[in-house]
Design a protein around this ligand. Structure first.
Ligand code: CMX
Length: 134
């Protein structure tokens, strides 16, 4: 069902302050920024091998990432697994009893279709299914 890790999401207070560490100190390839209105975040992608790091800055106090930062401070927010058929992956997880936050896919960055599994049913790790848009 899962093809690979597509990206790790990392919550940050400011993209401008966080990007230089990943791009300049760690030497990752900066791929640009994008606002994901539906998720109330601005994101930056940095490539590492076949995976990516997604830095997440909230654009509103109601953003799930703003709540996360308030409670935990900056740090790893979610793990995103790539799937070829997101509807099938959601159906399979639900059949196994997982609690989906999104029972139908939403729009993510780069035209991807995404759906989150609730951290309460995935061992405390917010888990994203991600079907690339290309
Ligand atoms: N990882 C692990 N646990 C998390 C978490 C995270 N990222 N975010 C929240 N939780 C935990 C909380 O710690 C809390 O646990 P306790 O009850 O033990 O204290 C529980 O989940 C409920 O959290 P909450 O702070 O009360 O927040 P909400 O219930 O309002 O929302 C969640 C939690 C996961 C349902 C919500 O953040 C959500 O819907 N997330 C999915 C969407 C999202 O995160 N979008 C941003 C990224 C978008 C992108 O990548 O494009």
């Amino acid at each position: 069902m899962l093809e690979k890790i597509n990206h790790l999401g990392i919550a940050v207070n400011s993209l401008d302050e966080a990007i230089p560490f990943y791009r300049d100190n760690l030497g990752m390839e900066f791929q640009g920024t994008e606002e994901v209105a539906e998720q109330k975040v601005k994101v930056a992608f940095l490539r590492v091998g076949e995976s990516k790091i997604e830095l997440l800055e909230p654009t509103s106090p109601e953003s799930p990432v703003a709540k996360f930062l308030e409670k935990n401070g900056p740090g790893i927010h979610h793990v995103a697994y790539e799937v070829a058929d997101i509807e099938a992956a959601i159906a399979s997880l639900e059949q196994e009893g997982a609690r989906m936050i999104d029972r139908t896919p939403r729009k993510g960055a780069h035209g991807a279709r995404i759906a989150f599994v609730h951290p309460k049913s995935s061992g405390g790790v917010l888990t994203e299914l991600c079907q690339p848009g290309h």
